[in-house]
Design a binder for this molecule. Structure first.
Ligand code: GDP
Ligand code: IMO
Ligand code: MG
Length: 434
């Protein structure tokens, strides 16, 4: 069995810097594969000062020798995907069947899923999840419902597709009109749009599972690119304030169609602090000057929605839990540069609940716990030009070492800026990480 593969997953609430790490590792990979989520993701890659924000297309697209795969576990929005492909082509990035394969068994995000997402949130008012409004939840709900779902492969058979759009669209419209007081979608326009998108995307629609299992057999390296962060996992996150797919390494086999052993070496991506977009518990949140300092220095505004991200201190209890869930082999500690200039840094090392220490991490209790804090000295120097661990100020070195101790995982890479070159190798076990 091939253990040459690498899985990159987020250990917090998303936006940990997965895009940068996938880009770093893509050159040594034959395949880069998305296995969960959809256009709710926003992965940033910065190459020579040029910024690319990718939503549905895997981050390996900037590497000519990589085959990029949108796996069966993805909620695939053909409209966003096509816009993204065209935008990349305009920037002279080649995209076509030679470097992009879209699973025929991935789910199609239809226009009514986006409408439904928005209507749900509007009806919920204060109780809303704070979704990205990309139709993700309603799309996966239809996947589970089966009879009202459309799979990517169905885009290839126009006659059946048109019949299906009209049948399902009529059901959705009746719902919007009667339950939500919302406007019906123009189904003629939906038919025209989706049929055209299907034609555009047809050359890239494939049986990607078969392709990846062959790679597993031959030993070609696959890099699995996680979306979201493990605390947003549908089963293991802060439910109901989560997304609708399995985003930890546990989601790789089902979402890509490969055996569990193909997950390979797991790199857990974490920020040196914590952020979250949307609603839900966040024990270490700093809704104060510290949070604002982090937001400004880290440019903590959503890649997909532009919303300001909620910011706070590092929650090591969260990382310990999510690293254990995915069997993380090493950590990539991102955005350490953002913490420069803070006099003191705090790390949450565990929780108490009603005065008693919490033994087992329970995401359902995160709204009720109190943090157990540890305070470390900060450092004043900017560190964006550091390239070796030894170049870091003593405070930053001590912070990294403490992160390793409290999470129980080695830090393989330390990132001190968005650029490809702004990475320091530390205790990594894989070539090319930094
Ligand atoms: P992803 O969703 O996990 O790929 O992360 P996002 O792209 O949504 O957000 C991470 C942001 O941090 C992006 O704007 C990156 O360019 C940026 N970034 C990544 N690593 C670093 C770093 O070490 N320092 C700083 N200052 N920015 C970084
Ligand atoms: P990347 O891959 C940060 C959050 C949303 C919301 C919740 C549910 O860039 O790390 P959804 O639209 O999925 O139904 O929203 O999940 N969310 C993310 N937050 N980064 C992401 O992706 C996210 N994808 C979803 O903000 O709280
Ligand atoms: Mg993101």
């Amino acid at each position: 069995m091939n253990t040459n593969n690498v899985t990159v997953i987020g250990l917090q609430w998303g936006d940990e810097g997965k895009g940068k790490v996938v880009d770093a590792l893509a050159d040594q990979s034959r395949y880069v594969v998305r296995f969960c989520g959809g256009a709710n993701a926003g992965h940033t890659v910065t190459v020579n000062g040029e910024r690319f924000a990718l939503h549905l297309i895997p981050c390996g697209i900037l590497h000519p020798s990589v085959m990029n795969v949108v796996g069966n576990g993805v909620a695939f929005d053909p409209e966003t995907a096509w816009a993204e492909i065209e935008a990349l082509r305009q920037r002279d990035v080649e995209v076509g069947p030679g470097n992009l394969a879209i699973s025929a068994t991935a789910q199609v995000v239809m226009p009514w899923h986006k409408t439904r997402d928005q209507l749900n949130e509007k009806q919920l008012g204060e109780k809303k999840i704070g979704t990205t409004a990309r139709g993700i939840g309603p799309c996966y709900a239809d996947k589970a419902n089966r009879s009202t779902a459309i799979r990517v492969g169905e885009l290839l058979d126009e006659n059946t597709l048109v019949q299906k759009i009209r049948l399902i669209g009529a059901i959705k419209n009746r719902l919007f009109e009667s339950l939500f007081d919302g406007e019906a979608l123009n189904l003629d326009a939906v038919v025209e749009q989706i049929v055209q998108l299907g034609r555009n995307l047809a050359p890239m629609i494939r049986d990607t599972g078969g392709m990846l299992r062959r790679a597993v057999a031959t030993g070609d390296r696959i890099l699995f690119e996680g979306g979201q962060g493990s605390m947003l996992d549908i089963d293991h996150g802060t439910y109901p304030f989560v997304t609708s797919s399995s985003v930890s390494a546990c989601g790789v086999p089902a979402g890509a169609g490969v055996p569990p052993k193909a997950v390979g070496h797991v790199v857990g991506i974490m920020k040196a602090y914590t952020t979250r977009v949307g609603a839900g518990p966040f024990p270490t949140e700093q809704d104060n000057e510290t949070g604002e300092y982090i937001r400004q220095r880290g440019k903590e505004f959503g890649t997909t929605t532009g919303r300001p991200r909620r910011c706070g201190w590092l929650d090591a209890a969260v990382v310990r839990y999510t690293a254990a869930l995915s069997g993380v082999d090493e950590l990539a500690l991102m955005l350490l540069d953002v913490l420069s200039g803070l006099k003191e840094l705090k790390i949450c090392t565990g929780y108490t609940l009603e005065g008693r220490p919490v033994e087992d991490f329970d995401p359902a209790q995160l709204g009720n716990v109190e943090c157990q804090w540890e305070t470390l000295p900060g450092w004043s120097e900017e560190i964006t030009d550091c390239r070796r661990f030894e170049d870091l100020p003593a405070g930053a070195q001590a912070y990294v070492t403490r992160v390793e101790e409290v999470t129980g995982c080695p830090v393989g890479l330390i990132s001190v800026g968005p650029g490809r070159e702004q990475s320091l190798p530390h205790h990594t076990q894989i070539e090319g990480l930094a």
